[in-house]
Design a binder for this molecule. Structure first.
Ligand code: RIB
Ligand code: CA
Length: 306
């Protein structure tokens, strides 16, 4: 079966790390490139983390380019409270060589889309790089099969009452992506906050005696502890892998066609995703998740990371 061409734009970040593992170990996906965003941590740190992860997953041959160091127009916001000083606290990687593509992230996105057919762009951080690519080369939109993002919410935000982190950090970038005419698939907090790395998950993962299992348990211990401290959650929500799983297993999420618009005002609603049913739709919005099947996909990928 033909693998689906994908680009992953991410801000690793604990949950981004597991999304990248799924990309590297799925026989349904063809990971063409990885680009990094400033979000969970600064661009230098998220890029170093992506580099370490690609080496750890024996995928260091995949082109990796550093993305924008700040949002399109607003100041950078990071989230060390959850992801720590390194952006990926909890696991000590060997000293891998730092091997980055010489192009900026948005340029690698443009070139990859021009050189390959039917590319799906997955974003699991602020959408700055994809927005810059679309602004620089608008005709790539006709070549993008789908934009699949972790971001937004049909209900409340997580950083403000209105806004989810990835959209809030760069609402202008999200607005460009949602107005681009490219079909979108949105995995928002309304489903991802149900996907908790609870004790049952940690017990199951601890039985997986592979490098992937070990990485997951060590990273999630820190992720969970920080989620408890910062958000008061009983366990951390594993947001970002939802994007990848929605592409490799169509029995996990249920979607509804909606029109999604981004609030780019300078009010306390900035970054809100307005999800409208009675308008011409631009987005498939996830509204339900089958948790057993979600975790089956995670465990299966951890087993393959030997
Ligand atoms: O709001 C959750 C999102 O923000 C996730 O992608 C997490 O990694 C952070 O980027
Ligand atoms: Ca992320």
């Amino acid at each position: 079966m033909k693998r689906r061409n994908i680009i992953l734009d991410c801000d690793p970040g604990h949950d981004d790390a597991i999304a990248l593992l799924l990309c590297c170990y799925s026989d349904k996906l063809n990971l063409l490139a990885v680009t990094t965003a400033a979000g969970n941590q600064t661009i230098e740190k998220t890029t170093r983390n992506a580099n370490n992860l690609l080496h750890f997953f024996n995928s260091q041959n995949i082109p990796l380019a550093m993305g924008a160091s700040s949002p399109l127009v607003r100041p950078i916001q990071t989230c060390p409270e959850i992801h720590g000083e390194s952006g990926l606290d909890g696991f000590d990687f060997p000293l891998y060589e730092e091997h980055y593509d010489k192009r900026e992230g948005y340029q690698l996105i443009i070139d990859t889309i021009k050189e390959n057919d039917d590319v799906t762009v997955i974003t699991t951080g602020p959408m700055t790089n994809l927005a810059k690519a679309i602004k620089a080369e608008p005709n790539i939109t006709s070549r993008i099969k789908e934009i699949v993002l972790m971001g937004g919410s049909t209900t409340e935000g997580n950083i403000t009452k209105a806004a989810e982190f990835n959209i809030l950090v760069d609402p202008e970038a999200a607005d460009i992506c949602f107005s681009s005419g490219v079909p979108l698939r949105m995995l928002g907090l309304n489903v991802t906050r149900k996907i908790l790395v609870d004790d049952k998950v940690m017990l199951e993962a601890s039985k997986i005696k592979t490098r992937g299992g070990d990485l997951f348990v060590k990273l999630m211990k820190v992720f969970n502890e920080n989620q408890r401290k910062f958000f008061g959650l009983t366990a951390g929500p594993l947001h970002d892998p939802a994007t990848v799983i929605s592409l490799i297993d169509d029995e996990v999420f249920t979607f509804k066609d909606m029109q999604v618009k981004i609030d780019i005002s300078n009010t306390d609603l900035v970054g809100k995703t307005y999800c409208l049913l009675d308008k011409p739709h631009n987005t498939k919005v996830a509204i339900e998740v089958n948790l057993d099947k979600y975790w089956e996909n995670i465990y299966s990928a951890l087993r393959r990371c030997k």
